[in-house]
Design a binder for this molecule. Structure first.
Ligand code: DAH
Length: 335
């Protein structure tokens, strides 16, 4: 009878192949109302002298069943773990998914190059609004009402006294209003002019430079700009200053570098002159100081401004400014 029980159990356990069936089988044999428990209870119905032997046999089979259930349980757990590890595994031999790389826009690239050079020379970086008051864009920079730059054909007017800034020079005035000298900063940013052809877009970028302290002279301006241009275009690049006019500087200059395309021999880009115009600059006009309450007897300074697109076009030999803003991926991938 005990042998039958063992046989049935062995048949049943061999049919089990998962942990939940195994747990049901354990309950069926060893649970509170299980077969073995029943047998042990029924011992009390036996005559006294038979009980020890019967009891021993039932206990033996109970231990056998327990041990068998335990070993099957650990085997099933092993198998399940193995299955899970296999299904979670990564096939490192599969080919990867292509992740397209972004690149810095050539204008931003040149902008950060310019910024890095001036930051190393101790200039801070300032910003001003692109929608600007006429006062900061023109008036405070000594640009009179009848100046051609104020013409509707060049300037985007928002209202009578609000414009899209036509240059970064208004940042000079905004910074001086907030701070006492010494000041030394650059102001990179977007500017707007009503103009469009192969060298002009209605929006473009400028970097303004500005430095005011006691005893600043034109030679400081030359030193700073030469150091900048030599880092930007190469240490051997010739630099030349030409007299010019800007309402907010006096004296004013235009700064040229030797043509980086033909080496000064004369080509289409430098229009045969061997020189490329790169910057406007000059000593801050005392009239500008008066607008912000700096004493021109005590302080002097220089200012300069450059077009970023123009520098990028020269650096990368790009002959149409519109390339920068057409978002042609074949163009942008080259930088
Ligand atoms: N603001 C001038 C422009 O947009 C550029 C310029 C010239 C800026 C001379 C300066 C400067 O600070 O001194 O044409």
């Amino acid at each position: 009878m005990m042998e039958d029980l063992k046989k049935t159990f062995l048949e049943e356990i061999s049919a089990v192949n998962n942990l939940s069936d195994l747990s049901n089988l354990r309950v069926k044999y060893l649970g509170r109302k299980g077969i073995i428990t029943d047998r042990l209870k029924s011992l009390s119905a036996l005559p006294h002298e038979e009980r020890p032997l019967q009891g021993k046999k039932i206990n033996e089979i109970k231990e056998f069943i327990e041990a068998d259930l335990d070993s099957k349980e650990s085997r099933l757990k092993q198998e399940e773990l193995k299955k899970q590890l296999l299904s979670d595994s990564v096939d490192v031999t599969l080919s990867g998914k292509f992740v397209p790389f972004g690149r810095q826009h050539p204008i931003n690239k040149v902008l950060s190059e310019i910024t890095d050079i001036f930051v190393k020379m101790g200039f801070s970086v300032e910003e001003g609004p692109e929608v600007e008051l006429d006062y900061y864009n023109f008036e405070a920079l000594n640009i009179p009402k009848d100046h051609p730059a104020r013409d509707m054909q060049d300037t985007f007017y928002i209202s009578d006294d609000i414009v899209l800034r036509t240059h970064t020079s208004p940042v000079q005035v905004r910074v001086m209003e907030k701070r006492k000298p010494p000041v030394r900063f650059i102001a990179p940013g977007k500017v707007y002019r009503c103009d469009a052809d192969i060298t002009h877009t209605p929006m473009f970028h400028q970097v303004e430079g500005f430095m005011v302290d006691k005893g600043i002279t034109f030679s400081n301006l030359k030193g700073v700009l030469e150091a900048f241009l030599h880092q930007m275009f190469g240490a051997d690049t010739p630099v030349r200053f030409r007299p010019s006019f800007f309402p907010f500087t006096e004296p004013s200059a235009e700064v040229d570098i030797g043509c980086i395309l033909c080496g000064g021999a004369g080509c289409r880009v430098c229009k045969g002159s061997g020189w490329l115009e790169i910057l406007g600059a000059g000593m801050v006009n005392p009239k500008v100081f008066e607008h912000v309450g700096y004493d021109p007897e005590e302080y002097s300074g220089f200012a300069f401004g450059m077009g970023v697109e123009r520098i990028a076009m020269l650096k990368y030999s790009i002959d149409d400014i519109r390339m920068f803003y057409e978002n042609d991926i074949r163009f942008l991938r080259q930088f």
